[in-house]
Design a protein around this ligand. Structure first.
Ligand code: ADP
Ligand code: MG
Length: 579
């Protein structure tokens, strides 16, 4: 609870003026409410004293006036305080999203998408409920309590003691039940995360599920999760369902005591009938707060459980961030050096002391078995990851001294797995480049060998792709990604197996149009095709995260190692195909 408050205080501070207004309305509303029994006492005492009707009527009118004032302040209290909770929810959600965007890939390797989504929606909602209705009713209840008990004590302190007798019992119950509710609610939210993740994965993999006829199996797994979710919810209901009747029983018991002791006082003539009725009215006023207390405790516990879950994310720091005073490089030449670069994943070592010099403007090709560390190696350059040991330099500067955003602006990266957004082709190509002209987009598409395909689409460059649009072939996706990288006009171009899904003919065409583009830029080319890499200035063969061969095509063929084998095999294949 304290932790939630610490997180939320900076947000609440922003709205302190409205908060003060809302709280002011709350206080006035409660004051009006607390005045009602006082008027009732006076009117009943006037009745028993046989005062004229006009006096009674005046009290009645006063009651109506108080009720109106109370409603007006209650209205403003709700509008203002609930409004603030919405505003804070908005701020929290924006900050959470900004934070999520800033986190490094390792965070996303550790968390499932559905789980993150659940925290950003369901948990955020619980926090809002705590902030709005939670805090509002909490304050309202406490104030009503304090006011009612103050007036009661002034009237008859002995009777008041009877009335507040169950209060310690109520506190103990609230504490015990609160803890149980908190724990159960945490379990429920964790379950909800599981369900969200499952749904997200099933929907993303819906084609796989169809292709492998796993609909029923998938449904069954989902049903199991869903059943478990219900079971967890029922556990919570059992606790909170017990809480309310328990409170009501305590309240009923108090009424009984007060009626008995108070009635006795009236008979003895120690308090007036009006005073007795007033006392009971205050008691009645306390019933709702006591019951609301259960609900509010529920809201607060849920809210703080959810706040904790959200904080787990906001506490994550991007592992890759800009240093306090980054080194500026106004003009990147594009010389890249790896010095004893090693990278260890939780699953094992992917790079083992790689030393590699890539002169500015050179084209380097990387080949090797799947899993040899090629993708890992190139992901160090835009700092998607930092080496576990060793250093990577750009133009002689340790990459960690640069601002990653600045660094990445100079790099055109085509990852092995292409991702297209639900947007038009033009928007996908121009991703990350604001105010790209139509001509620039077209030129990038031409260089990537995609222009012909685009023109054959019904809507051309305005064709929607991704989940809500047409489905591109693997090769078309890859070429879109290449066009995207080229449009940035980067100093460094990295193609991670970016031509694997295009046929050899298209590949040749793209490569020849790229040759002109690649001139003067540093290019790292990953491929398993000799035809792609043979023209590179230098070819590197990776094996188990180490460089085992390095040289030009001719040198490596002469050396008779892995590359020579690969070259020979692919030449044979070509010959067989041409027969
Ligand atoms: P390549 O691109 O040559 O196929 P990778 O660089 O993708 O090789 O992978 C090298 C090794 O690191 C493989 O054994 C792979 O399983 C592992 N690996 C790659 N990415 C990750 C990751 N995000 N988390 C854990 N292990 C990984
Ligand atoms: Mg790879």
């Amino acid at each position: 609870m304290l932790e939630s408050f610490r997180t939320l205080w900076p947000y609440m501070r922003r709205y302190r003026r409205s908060l003060a207004l809302g709280m002011g309305a709350l206080v006035l509303k409660d004051l009006a409410h607390a005045a009602v029994p006082l008027v009732i006492r006076s009117s009943i005492d006037a009745l028993t004293a046989h005062r004229p009707f006009a006096v009674i009527l005046r009290f009645a009118l006063l009651l109506v006036a108080i009720a109106m004032v109370r409603s007006i302040f209650q209205f403003w209290m709700r509008v203002i305080l609930i409004g603030i909770s919405r505003d804070i929810e908005y701020d929290l959600r924006n900050d959470l999203f900004a934070h999520l965007v800033s986190l490094s890939p390792d965070f996303y390797a550790r968390h499932r998408t559905g789980d993150i989504m659940a925290r950003a929606t369901n948990d955020l909602n619980a926090v809002r409920m705590m902030l709005g209705p939670g805090i509002m009713y909490w304050t309202e209840t406490s104030l009503t309590f304090a006011l009612a008990i103050a007036v009661m004590a002034v009237t008859d302190w002995k009777l008041t003691i009877f009335a507040v007798l169950p209060a310690p019992l109520v506190s103990v119950a609230v504490m015990l039940f609160g803890r149980a509710i908190h724990e159960r609610f945490e379990a429920i939210q964790a379950m909800f995360s599981d369900i969200s993740s499952r749904v997200q994965e099933s929907l993303s993999g819906v084609r796989m599920i169809r292709a492998f006829v796993q609909e029923t199996a998938e449904l069954r797994r989902f049903e199991d999760l869903n059943k478990e979710y219900i079971a967890q919810n029922l556990k919570l209901v059992r606790v909170s369902g017990l809480f309310q009747p328990l409170l009501e029983a305590l309240i009923g018991f108090t009424f009984l005591v007060v009626l008995w002791a108070g009635g006795y006082q009236v008979l003895l003539g120690r308090i007036s009938l009006g005073g007795f009725v007033m006392f009971n009215t205050y008691m009645g006023m306390l019933v709702w707060p006591m019951i609301a207390l259960g609900w509010v405790v529920n809201l607060m516990q849920r809210g703080s459980a959810s706040m904790g879950r959200i904080n787990q994310i906001t506490r994550e720091r991007p592992t890759i961030a800009a240093p306090p005073s980054p080194v500026a490089i106004p003009r990147v030449r594009g010389e890249i050096e790896f010095r004893a670069a090693s990278l260890i994943y939780p699953s094992g070592r992917a790079l083992d002391g790689v030393d590699l010099d890539i002169p500015a403007g050179a084209t380097i090709a990387v080949v090797g078995h799947t899993g040899s560390g090629k993708s890992t190696l190139v992901s160090l350059v835009p700092r998607l990851m930092d080496p576990t040991a060793g250093v990577v330099y750009l133009d002689g500067i340790d990459l960690r001294q640069l601002d990653p955003a600045e660094l990445r602006r100079n790099i055109g990266f085509v990852p092995q797995e292409t991702f297209l957004f639900s947007a038009t082709l033009a928007e996908n190509i121009a991703f990350g480049v604001e105010n790209a002209t139509q001509e620039e987009i077209k030129r990038a598409a031409e260089l990537a060998g995609l222009a012909g395909d685009i023109e054959s689409f019904p809507d051309g460059y305005k064709t929607m792709v991704g989940e809500r649009g047409i489905t591109l072939s693997g090769g078309q996706k890859q070429r879109t990604a290449i066009a995207r990288a080229l449009l940035r006009d980067p100093r460094i171009l990295i193609l991670d197996d970016a031509l694997s899904s295009v046929d050899t003919l298209t590949e040749e065409r793209i490569l020849s149009s790229l040759t002109a583009v690649m001139r003067g830029r540093t290019v790292i080319l990953i491929s398993h095709r000799v035809s792609t890499v043979r023209g590179a200035d230098s070819i590197v063969v990776l094996e188990k995260g180490r460089i085992v061969e390095q040289g030009t095509h001719d040198e490596l063929v002469a050396a008779g190692g892995y590359y020579a084998d690969l070259s020979q095999k692919q030449m044979l294949e070509e010959e067989l195909e041409s027969i």
